[in-house]
Design a protein around this ligand. Structure first.
Ligand code: ADP
Ligand code: MG
Length: 622
């Protein structure tokens, strides 16, 4: 039964193949990393299946990969005794790309070949890198557990189609044979291949073998020798691991081209036994804020690979952490469902969360430059922790960074501790303002009194900040206070202002009448020194910035009216008194109110009307 079929690749794959061949020519050697990584995955899968079906392993228990080359045939082969593939699996795995990630992959290619080469691994399209160096690829594979007559041979020239045929194969596993292009014969060299294997695959736990080279002989001997270290890096004592090894292992784990910012490697013994190796990447993946994106650690139980992306060991807000967890307490047959509700898992999660927060605190203390990078990449994810992780709220809050009137720059580099250390002797609150942008908050009329009194205000402009401050109501015993709320309770207003209040009582009530239902109240402001008026909100009302965000998100927003505060010292307000019984009073009041909306980034119900009113006044003024 050897039905030979010719099938067509998915359109995306055709595109992808074209790209591989033409965009990655200066990074050709990565084909070996990708194919060995697939062999290693196949070994992991078999070892895992064999936990419940030991007969799958049979007598062939040493899982390994062999890399061979043949100068006469112009081939390099990667041979494993892993899980193998059935005919259906070959068609599915080597003819289609399941994840919708392909388009994303194609659109994310940067032209920087070393970055692009890492994207291949990240998007699950590594197999096709074979065509970077080969103009024909043959895959022979026998799925573990199937009879030897049900093996499959797949062949393609990397153009539009491939053939597939049922063959006989004596042993389980997969053999990938690369028929090298004319220009790529450099890979027909045992030393070159060994060098590449050491560079990319030293940390794989799967042993990689090659035939021993024989000096002066065109053909290597038949004796196999191991080329990589093949020890699980995380099981070694820290003192035996070099910085480069830690970094290489990270790059392999995370499919990243850049070194991590820092890492933490720990062995826990006693009531619970596990090893964790946790890394903080230097940059965010494009889909950090995609909710469905899988995240989590690579989970091992007693050195046996169990699963990728085990999310149960880290809270969602730390989803950027990459690493390995190797537990000695969990059962080997643990499933994702069981992980969700297991007490051992819960307590490891708590310990790892603390570890990551400690690691970040240490980075913030010892290496400001790195912390800045970290904050840029992951700050917004970390902020979620204030809401998500109540027990660690204070520790997460300690790690937050904000823009501030103290530094007066859009960079977020002021911590709450920095703020507290600069608080005035009689100041008991941490003041902040939220808004759409750095300049909108920095120039807001609400800050005038703070500038005059030289009190620092944090400028919060990320969308998530509203949510953060609604949950972080105090830090180190100090309340966080929005400067936009009505009862600011800065020190008591000066006497003079009280007198003025009496003077303009009439103006205030006339303004309220003029504005009608648009405002809750019109009152004297103690916070303005330069602007004529601003809007404030009652303690329990939504602030306008948050209101706008909710409206944009299509959410129901309760109706609440602002309070208009006016600055009696401002010449425009002073002149209002004389206008009370003239038609201009209504116009001026409208303009002051509408200016106050504009000043905090709001939009007017009828902007054209505002422009008309202002222009009419300008014309009179000439
Ligand atoms: P990824 O490894 O990220 O899934 P690849 O393009 O490298 O993407 O491989 C595609 C799929 O082909 C793998 O997920 C696996 O199912 C299958 N595959 C590739 N190589 C092997 C192999 N040596 N043994 C068994 N299956 C393999
Ligand atoms: Mg792969």
């Amino acid at each position: 039964m050897s039905q030979k079929e010719t099938l067509s690749f998915q359109t995306e794959i055709k595109q992808l193949l074209h790209l591989m061949i033409h965009a990655l020519y200066s990074n050709k050697e990565i084909f070996l990393r990708e194919l060995i990584s697939n062999a290693s995955d196949a070994a992991d899968k078999l070892r895992f299946e064999a936990l419940s079906h030991p007969e799958l392993l049979g007598s062939d228990t040493e899982l390994k990969v062999i890399v061979e080359y043949d100068k006469h045939a112009h081939t390099v082969s990667i041979i494993d005794n892993g899980i193998g593939m059935s005919r259906e699996e070959v068609i599915k795995n080597l003819g289609t790309i399941a994840q919708s990630g392909t388009k994303e992959f194609l659109s994310r290619l940067t032209g920087d070949q070393s970055k692009d080469a890492h994207l291949i691994g990240q998007f699950g399209v590594g197999f096709y890198s074979a065509f970077i160096v080969a103009n024909r690829v043959t895959v022979k594979t026998l799925k573990a557990g199937l009879p030897k007559t049900e093996a499959v041979e797949w062949t393609s020239h990397g153009e539009g189609e491939y053939t597939i045929e049922t063959i006989e194969k004596d042993s389980r596993g997969t053999e990938v044979i690369l028929h090298l292009r004319e220009d790529d014969t450099e890979f027909l060299d045992g030393y070159r291949l060994r060098h590449i294997i050491k560079k990319y695959s030293d940390h794989l736990t799967l042993p990689i073998y090659m035939k021993k080279e024989v000096h002066g002989d065109a053909k290597p001997s038949d004796e196999l020798e191991k080329v990589n270290e093949a020890t699980a890096l995380w099981t070694l004592p820290k003192s035996e691991i070099s910085t480069e090894q830690y970094q290489e292992f990270y790059k392999y784990l995370a499919h990243d081209y850049e070194n991590p910012l820092t890492w933490s490697h720990n062995r826990v013994e006693g009531k619970q036994e596990y090893i964790s190796l946790l890394y903080i990447p230097a940059h965010a993946p494009f889909d950090l804020y995609t909710r469905e994106k899988p995240y989590g650690l690579k989970l091992y139980v007693k050195r046996v690979f169990i699963m990728d992306d085990a999310a149960a060991f880290l809270p969602n807000y730390l989803r950027f952490v990459k690493g390995v967890l190797d537990s000695s307490d969990l059962p080997l047959n643990i499933s994702r469902e069981i992980l969700q509700s297991n007490r051992t898992v819960e307590s490891i999660k708590n310990a790892l969360t603390k570890r990551v927060l400690d690691m970040l605190e240490k980075m913030a203390k010892d290496n400001a430059e790195d912390y800045k990078k970290f904050w840029q990449a992951f700050g917004n994810a970390l902020k979620e922790g204030v809401v998500e992780d109540i027990p660690n709220k204070e520790n997460v809050a300690k790690l937050l960074r904000f823009a501030s009137t103290h530094t007066n720059a859009p960079e977020q580099n002021v911590s709450l501790d920095d703020y507290i250390s600069r608080m005035k002797a009689d100041q008991d609150k941490i003041y902040f303002i939220t808004g759409d942008s750095f300049s909108a908050t920095k120039n807001s009329p609400h800050l005038e009194i703070f500038r005059q009194k030289n009190i620092e205000v944090l400028l919060l402009t990320d969308r998530i900040d509203e949510w953060v401050v609604s949950h972080l109501t105090e830090y180190q015993g100090k309340a966080l206070q929005s400067v936009m709320k009505a009862d600011l309770q800065l020190d008591t207003p000066e006497e003079k202002t009280e007198e003025k209040k009496a003077e303009i009582e009439k103006v205030l009530s006339a303004m309220k009448t003029a504005l009608g239902e648009r405002v809750k109240e019109v009152k004297v402001s103690h916070r303005l020194t330069e602007s004529p008026a601003c809007l404030v909100i009652d303690e329990n009302d939504l602030n306008p910035h948050l209101k706008r965000m909710l409206q944009q998100a299509g959410q129901f927003v309760p109706e609440n009216k602002p309070i208009l505060e006016v600055n009696p010292a401002h010449p425009l307000v002073a002149q209002l008194e004389g206008l009370i019984d003239t038609p201009n009073f209504q116009t001026w009041t409208d303009i002051l109110f509408e200016q106050a909306i504009l000043a905090e980034g709001g939009t007017l119900p009828d902007p054209a009307d505002f422009v008309r009113k202002v222009n009419a006044l300008l014309e009179k003024a000439k």
